[in-house]
Structures are given as structure tokens and as C-alpha cells.
Write a protein that binds this ligand. Sequence first.
Ligand SMILES: *Cc1c(COP(=O)(O)O)cnc(C)c1O
Length: 386
Amino acid sequence: MSFEPFAPPPRILMGPGPAAVDPRVLAAMSHALLGHLDPVFLGAMDDVREMLRRVFRTVNATTLAISGTGTAAMEAAFVNVVEPGDNVIVGVAGYFGARMAEIARRCGGRVTIVETAWGTPVPAERFQRALAEATGPVKAVALVHAETSTGVLQPLDDIVKLAHDAGALVILDAVTSLGGVELSVDAVEGGAGVDVCYSGSQKCLGSPPGMAPITLNDRAMEAIRSRRAPTPSFNLDLVLLERYWGRERAYHHTAPINSLYAMHEALRLVLEEGLQARVARHQRVHEQLRRGVEGLGLEFLVDAPHRLPMLNALRIPEGIDDRTVRGRLLAEHNIEIGAGLGPLAGKIWRVGLMGYSAREENVARFLTAMRIILGAPRMSRPRRPS
Ligand SMILES: *Cc1c(COP(=O)(O)O)cnc(C)c1O
């Protein structure tokens, strides 16, 4: 038996991630390997660290990329910060908020969930009430900035202030938001001022999946260093990771060499474009998509002020079959979009416009394809009585 070389079809990735990456990132990935402690490789790590600080808009010393996907960074945040018995308040208005709560629980946290309907942001008052009703100190307040399962942008400022007034650390999931909407980790120039913030590579940062940026301020690192027991995860121990990424260069694990090359080039591209210009581009293509889908008679799940530009949740019209449409988009037009998750399964389509995928020509092709598919007689429409 023989196997053909693998040749992926030329898909247009317009789902919830991974997004397409710039050819420059693919080229960077194909360079020859270096040793993970080679001084030249360590130099590239230093560059990544410094570029990540600029993208997160922080001066945090502890800024690095976890070897793993966004979920690994999420787990790193909780497994380091949360000790058994700690009170943790988690905002849940979608799939990823729920995942945060699950991980916090597995770390032994006493988790209080503040919920709201999927498709809306969690009101600050809910956090306020949970903070007021907590018995004992609250170690952390956790929330998702861009809830990829619903397409909602969560306002941060009031919640961050409430958490800090109560002495809690703020853990922010910026997997989908970083590089696509305004975000400042440090409390400068009107920035949020969060203590722990993590992201992923394959959404708006424009790198393949496999490395996940995280940044922690001194207050968060102090809480981690003064844990009663070391974090139960060796692989995600941020004290050890900081020793590898920082001056000591102590071996901890073998960095995914070529993924770091990719991240390096992706971050160069982000900074070349400029954060503001990148945010503006995501907004511009989102507006283009909005005009187009409204022309097709489609509606958004989320009210206009809370919509994410990079993740557009569109209500599936009555009588239209979800799988048929997504199947035809992929098979006939090479376009991938996302399905709804959890309670939104079969109810929404998730159209991603992230990083290199956030392009005018992608929106145009998607709209053309949808016009054909939704207009075609093959669609399962409610039958007329004969
Ligand atoms: C994608 C995503 C994650 C998980 O990232 P993976 O890379 O799939 O592990 C976490 N949070 C949010 C908001 C996401 O969109």
C-alpha cells in the first residue's frame, strides 16, 4: 500500500478559526530547524516576547507563548493562579466562558458563575452582585473578551474596576479579540488593565494553531510565586516557563521551533500593519459583510453595539437546512464557515473574518456563494401543499 503526498484543497477559511495565514508566515515556517537552546533561536524568542508586549500593549516582564493552543493558555492561567478552595467568579455567556468555569473547577476553585443569555454580554451588575455575595476573598474574576461561540464583544472596564476594588485578579480570554479589536492589557491610554491575559495564534494574530501568547503582571506573578503548593501542572508552570523564556534559559520543554518562526513572522506582520489599522480593517470587512448579508435578508444574532467584527453570528432563516448550506459552501465554493455550538447548534452560522482571512475578496466570494445557494431550488424549503 502506498500513500500519496497530502495536498490540502485551496479552502477559504471563514470559520471561527483557524484563519488563513499570510504566505510570509508559511515561508517562515519552512526554514530549517535550530536547537531550542541555540543562541540564534533564543534571539527569535526574545523578539517574539517583545513583539507580544507591543501587541498586548503591556510592559509585563512575564510575556511569552505557551506551546499549545488557546485552551493550553487558558489552562495555564487557571492552573497557576487558582489554588484549591479559592473563590473564582466566571462570566459565562457562551461556550468558552463555560470552558473557563470547567477548568477553574478542575483546579479546585470554588466557582461562581455569572450568566446571561448566549448572544448578549454579561452585565457588570451581575459581577458586582457575585462579588458582594462571596464568602471570603475572591481570588480571580474571569471573563471572555470576544465570545467566539456567540459573536459578542464583552465590555470590560466596569467589571475590571469592580474586581480590582474587591482585590481580585482579572483573567481575560483574548483568544479571538487580540489583533482584531481594541485591547490594552495595561491600564494606560484608557486600557482595561487586566492582570492575566492569554490569546491564541490562529485567530486574529494570523499564525497557525500551536502557540498561545500569555502575559501576567507582577501582581499575578506574585500570587503564583506565593502559592501554598507548586502548580500541579509541570508543563504549564509559569514560574518554570519564565525561567526558560527569561534570562536563565533553563530547559523546560522543547519549544515547537517552526511554530515560533511562524509566530515571529505573524507578529512582524501585525506590527507592520499597525494595531489600529488592523482593527480598522477587521471593522471595515465586517461592515462589508453586514451590508451584504442584510441584502440577502439574513439577520445577526447579536445587537449592533455588541457585535464582534471578526465573528459574525448569522441566524439561519426558517426552513433553511444548516448542514446543506455549509456542505455546499465547502464542496462547491471551497468556503468554510462555522456551525453553532451548544444551544445555538442549527440556529446560527458563524462567519469568521480573522487576520489574513479578513479580506474584501473573501467577503465578496462568500456573498456570491450564499446568493447562489440560498436562491437555488435544491434548498430544503417548506413544501407548498400540492
Ligand atoms: C478558540 C478559542 C479558545 C480555544 O482555543 P484553541 O486554540 O481552540 O484551544 C478559547 N477561547 C476563545 C474565546 C476561543 O475563541
